[in-house]
Structures are given as C-alpha cells and as structure tokens.
Design a binder for this molecule. Structure first.
Ligand SMILES: [Mg+2]
Length: 356
C-alpha cells in the first residue's frame, strides 16, 4: 500500500453562534483536510484547524508544512508506518496542527489496511461517550441563556469560557451556578486570562460560595509553570493544564512538580495521535487523569479524538469534543454519531470518513 499522492483542501463551515474566548472571536470554522492516496485506491483523511494564538499556525503555514514533508513520504509503504511517522515529526519542528492532520490521515489508512475501526486498532473497546459543550464568553444574561439552552438539549456538563475580565468572572460564574440545577457540572476555562494571584483570589471567592467547579482550566499564561504550582497549593478547585502542555516534556515537568490535577490532550498540540497516546500513558504513570479536547475544528479530527479517547478510556475520563456540535452544517460523515452530548462510535473501518 504505497503512498502515491497527498492533497489538501480547505473546509469552511458556519458556526451556529460566534465562538468567543479570552483569546479570540470566531464566526466560522476554516480548517484544512489532508487526503492521502495510495496505489491500491485507498484514501486516508486527516484534518486540522489552525489556531494562530495557540499553536502559531495558519492555513497557509499548514499547507506549506505538508508540502514540505510530502516529497519525503511519497512512494513509502503504509506498512513502514514508523518510518513515515519519524519523517513527519523530524523533518520540521513545531507545526503541530499540520503534523496532526497528516498523522490522522496516516492512522486512518493504517486502520483501513488492518480492516478495523481506528479505536480497535489502538486497543480500545468503549464506543459510547458524553461530551461537555462550550459556553462562549459574553454578557451574563447571554451566558445564562446559552447554559439553559444547552441543559435543555441534554448536556449535563458545561464548559464556561471566562478570563477576559477578572473582576467580572466571579460574578459570571456565580450567576450561572445560581441559575442552574445542582446536578449540572461546571468546567471553567480562563484561557490564560488571569495572573496566579488573581486566580487564587477569584477561586477563593467562588469556593466561599460553595462553588467548586470540576476544574479550572489554564488560568495563567502557558509558560507560567510556577504560577500553576502556586495556584494548586492554595485552592480546592482542581487545576487542568491546556496551553501549558503540548509535548511529553511539557507534561513531565508539570507532573513532576505536582503543579496540576489534570492534563488536557489535544491532537493539534501533540502533533497527532502517537504523542497523544504517549501523553495519556505518561499521565497515568503519575496517577493523573486526562481530558481530551479539541480546538474549534472539524468532524474528521474530532472523530480522531474520540478514537483516542476509546483507546485510553481508563485514563481519558473527560471529553471536551463539542466542536462539531457548534457547526451549523458541514459536508463530512465519520464513524462518530453525535446526539447532542452523546457520542457513539460505529464499526466503520478507519475513521469512516465520507464527503457528501
Ligand atoms: Mg482550553
């Protein structure tokens, strides 16, 4: 099964409502689909959405990265999987979303060649999951009504985006907490919007009101490792690292320092599936559970995330894979079915990708 061509095409899809975090505001998804063709007619699909503010990539840089790697892997056999992966990861540094898109397509091909769904090839058995949904940052009343709408659709875990205005964030979370039933779980994501000292005082203010979120995600700047440790020592609310962890090296440092309670794995940060699986194993060795998350990205890469969650179901206990649910429409079917918060994996081979 020889690789004969690698193509890319952009995928644009409108969002139901704008996606707003402390780092950005987005009205539509624009991501890149990678299509790898083989001499036996097999096709592998991958995908990635550049998030310039987080990974430093754009659609243009992803296309350039894939074009740079392409001549080195054309003509190779999928059976030489490790050699191909080594080339993807060593020919060029960083570019984690572009490499992830390539890796997803390669894993899709490999699992199709094995005649298995990807999760089964990776040793997974779980096929049913539930995900949270993101509540974009905004005015309190708007956030509360978005929360009510999500709960009405069946979501019992909401990820609340905060962090643009520390003085407003406690008020936002208190008001949302008050407006919802006690059985609704809140995850807070400040996207690096607070300082360490602010984080402690804001979380204490919430804890005094008996508001202990499932976790607070990435309250401080990605490189503020000491800040994470400072916060963890002082608050009850569990601490989850997102932008601080791209690589195994990043994770090992935080885990050894006991600076975090949870790791957020995203394929666009780990440069694909291989290091995501390794990151789950590393976290497990420290007794730390993981969430698998996604950028604002499309159905193929989100499907890959679900397959990884199945492969490491004992350690990836939380899913934040709502990106597809935020799209008003898109032209791709995959092996995952979304029924609002409930996700089901089918027995399609590979990632089960087809285009309308
Ligand atoms: Mg995050």
């Amino acid at each position: 099964m020889k690789i004969t061509n690698i193509r890319t095409q952009t995928l644009n899809a409108p969002l139901k409502t704008p996606f707003v975090t402390s780092l950005r505001r987005v009205n539509a998804l624009e991501d890149l689909v990678v299509i790898i063709e083989c001499d036996d007619g097999s096709i592998g699909y991958g995908e990635g959405a550049p998030t310039p503010q987080i990974t430093g990539e754009t659609i243009g840089s992803m296309i350039a990265c894939i074009a740079f790697i392409k001549p080195y892997i054309l003509g190779l056999e999928i059976e030489d999987f490790d050699t191909i992966l080594m080339k993807v990861h060593t020919l060029i540094l960083k570019n984690t979303t572009a490499k992830s898109a390539l890796e997803i397509a390669l894993y899709d091909l490999k699992s199709k060649a094995s005649k298995l769904p990807l999760y089964r090839m990776l040793g997974g058995t779980q096929t049913k999951f539930s995900t949270d949904i993101t509540i974009s940052m905004g005015e309190i009343n708007r956030m509360i009504s978005d929360c009510h709408n999500a709960v009405a659709l069946g979501y019992d875990t909401l990820k609340i985006k905060i962090g643009d205005n520390p003085s407003k964030d406690v008020e936002r979370v208190s008001a949302i907490h008050k407006a919802l039933d006690r059985n609704i779980k809140l995850r807070l994501d400040a996207n690096q919007g607070w300082t360490a000292k602010e984080s402690v005082s804001l979380l204490h203010a919430l804890e005094k009101q008996d508001i202990i979120a499932e976790f607070i995600e990435q309250p401080v700047a990605a490189d503020d490792i000491e800040g994470l440790k400072y916060i963890k020592k002082r608050v009850q609310t569990p601490l989850l690292a997102d932008e601080s962890i791209f690589s195994l090296k990043d994770a090992r440092q935080l885990l050894e320092m006991q600076a975090i309670d949870y790791v957020n794995i995203k394929l666009a940060k780990t440069a694909g599936i291989t290091q995501a699986l390794e990151l789950a194993d590393l976290s497990k060795s420290f007794g730390v559970k993981c969430m698998i998350g996604c950028m604002l990205e499309g159905p193929i890469s989100v499907a890959a995330g679900v397959h990884v969650a199945s492969a490491k179901a004992d350690i990836i206990t939380m899913l934040d894979l709502d990106a597809v649910s935020l799209l008003a429409s898109h032209p791709v079917a995959t092996s995952i079915q979304f029924d609002e918060s409930e996700i089901t994996l089918s027995q399609d081979k590979g990632l089960g990708v087809s285009f309308e």
